[in-house]
Design a protein around this ligand. Structure first.
Ligand SMILES: Cc1cc2nc3c(=O)[nH]c(=O)nc-3n(C[C@H](O)[C@H](O)[C@H](O)COP(=O)(O)OP(=O)(O)OC[C@H]3O[C@@H](n4cnc5c(N)ncnc54)[C@H](O)[C@@H]3O)c2cc1C
Length: 463
């Protein structure tokens, strides 16, 4: 732990505009966000331009001071945690929508713009971002790029990586790499931006980006569908996703313990009470040429699913309020954790072909560790991304390794991932070290060494 010198702090104040450096007990005035340790650093700088980011990073490099880029501080893997002696670069003042090309379907935005602001601006032109997540009002485009965020629409449009056409970034010595292309095709040598996407601030600071937009979704019909098994849920997913009668916009899955505990915590038991006790839930959104056609198509597709005994029951939302309640049970995912705290969290990807056997095995392995173990599970079914909390409601540090192993057993062999969409940060560093292929890790360290030889960019994260 180092203390920043007054010489450094004075110099820092000269490279940004007045009042853009906060030092001391910064949590008195700033919200640390999802993780209290995000603001353990006692200096936060708020640059307003790429030039100011560059000057800040250059100064940190000259003084050997580590820095932690931050956006909305909604990250769930500890990637934005900071400590005394480090400088937080808070990007939220770089929040300008620089250009929206409605013809070409692109948006040039500064890194500190929040997702919902881009969604709203694109919506005015009948366009959308093709990416959505529950933290939309706080998560910034820079943070989403740096974590390669996934979310609800990834099964249709890919993750953030697939939405970025161009990017500007400040490297660890202050160099600005600006490649703000607005086209899909540009094979001009190594695509270095792809290295920065998902790098969690360890290779540079993202300052702006060009996003590829997609046509805005038509009015959707929302339904909560119950089904006996994960395999049934996948059959329903394929039935809706493959239907020529419309477009499946969202397909979220909730296992019964998660759905019922969350609904109870939110006093929304009536949302899930229609279903048999042990059944899973699918939250689906479906659109056709207009609302009436969407409603008719979804009703008929779900009737077919009931007939085929894939679904056991289904409720179609009859109002915006009913839709909101259904989504609340899915998106207020930390409510269940409050009732049963001290859990271990996981964010994994499971190939569809193995979803049933992997999840069956998982419940059995957790019960073998302790029959009182509760698995709270939900996720983005379309792309196989599951979020889990494994908990007994009491602290169980001695069981962490056993639960980790039970979680990851066989996951790689079936082509899954131990780190789906939240990134590695600090939380999954140990998993990456243990489960990552040594040759891949060596190549990652070599890249880090070249781009950040002094090791000042978000040190200790990922690798
Ligand atoms: C309720 C809730 C729901 C969520 N749902 C989803 C979901 O469905 N899918 C999903 O993928 N994630 C989800 N997340 C996680 C989180 O929203 C994403 O990881 C998001 O991308 C983080 O953006 P941020 O601006 O908050 O980044 P931060 O939390 O501030 O930072 C995250 C990481 O990015 C780095 N970083 C931030 N900005 C920059 C920058 N400009 N340049 C370089 N590095 C930078 C940080 O150093 C850190 O490593 C959810 C979080 C919450 C709280």
């Amino acid at each position: 732990m180092t203390t920043l010198t007054s010489e450094f702090l004075n110099a820092l104040a000269t490279v940004v505009d007045a009042g853009a450096v906060r030092a001391g007990n910064v949590t008195e005035t700033l919200d640390p966000g999802f993780d209290k340790a995000n603001l353990d650093a006692d200096v936060v700088v708020f640059p307003k331009s790429t030039e100011q980011v560059s000057a800040t990073v250059r100064l940190c490099s000259e003084h050997g001071v580590a820095l932690v880029p931050q956006g909305g501080r909604t990250g769930l893997a500890g990637g934005a945690r900071s400590q005394t002696g480090q400088v937080v670069i808070d990007m939220t003042r770089m929040n300008q929508m620089l250009d929206l090309d409605s013809q070409g379907g692109t948006a040039l935005v500064e890194a500190g713009v929040v997702l919902s602001a881009v969604q709203a601006a694109a919506g005015e032109h009948g366009l959308s971002t093709g990416i959505d997540l529950a933290a939309r009002d706080s998560a910034t485009i820079g943070g989403m790029i740096s974590t390669n965020a996934g979310g609800i629409e990834a099964f249709r449009y890919g993750t953030t990586r697939h939405r970025v056409l161009g990017m500007e970034v400040v490297l660890a010595d202050g160099t600005v790499l600006s490649d703000l292309k607005r086209v899909v095709k540009a094979n001009e040598g190594y695509d270095l931006k792809q290295l920065l996407i998902g790098a969690e601030g360890t290779l540079g600071v993202v300052t702006s980006a060009v996003l590829a937009l997609v046509p805005q979704d038509r009015d959707a019909v929302t339904a909560l569908v119950s089904c006996p098994r994960a395999d049934d849920a996948l059959r329903i997913f394929r039935r809706l996703h493959g239907s020529p009668r419309g477009t499946l916009l969202a397909c979220e899955i909730m296992w019964p313990t998660y759905a019922r505990m969350t609904a109870a915590a939110l006093k929304l038991d009536n949302v899930v009470n229609f279903a048999p006790d042990d059944d899973l839930f699918l939250l689906v959104e479906f659109a056709a040429s207009d609302a009436e056609a969407g409603q008719m198509a979804l009703e008929e597709l779900l009737a077919d699913a009931l007939e085929a005994e894939e679904a056991s029951d289904a409720v179609i939302a009859k109002s915006g309020e009913e839709r909101r309640r259904m989504w609340q049970v899915r998106e207020d995912s930390f409510e269940a954790d409050k009732s049963l705290p001290h859990g271990f969290w996981y964010d994994i990807s499971v190939p569809h072909a193995h979803m049933q056997t992997y999840t069956d095995g998982l419940f059995a392995r957790m019960a073998a560790i302790d029959p009182a173990m509760v698995v709270l599970m939900f996720g983005h079914l379309g792309d196989g991304n599951l979020h889990l909390t494994v908990t007994r409601g009491t602290p169980m540090p001695d069981l962490h390794d056993a639960v980790d192993h039970a979680m990851f057993d066989g996951l790689q062999a079936i082509g899954g991932s131990f780190s789906a969409e939240h990134g590695v940060g600090l939380e999954k560093r140990g998993h990456l070290a243990r489960l990552g292929q040594p040759e891949l890790l060596e190549a990652m360290r070599a890249v880090k060494q070249v781009l950040d030889p002094k090791g000042i960019m978000n040190p200790g994260k990922v690798l």
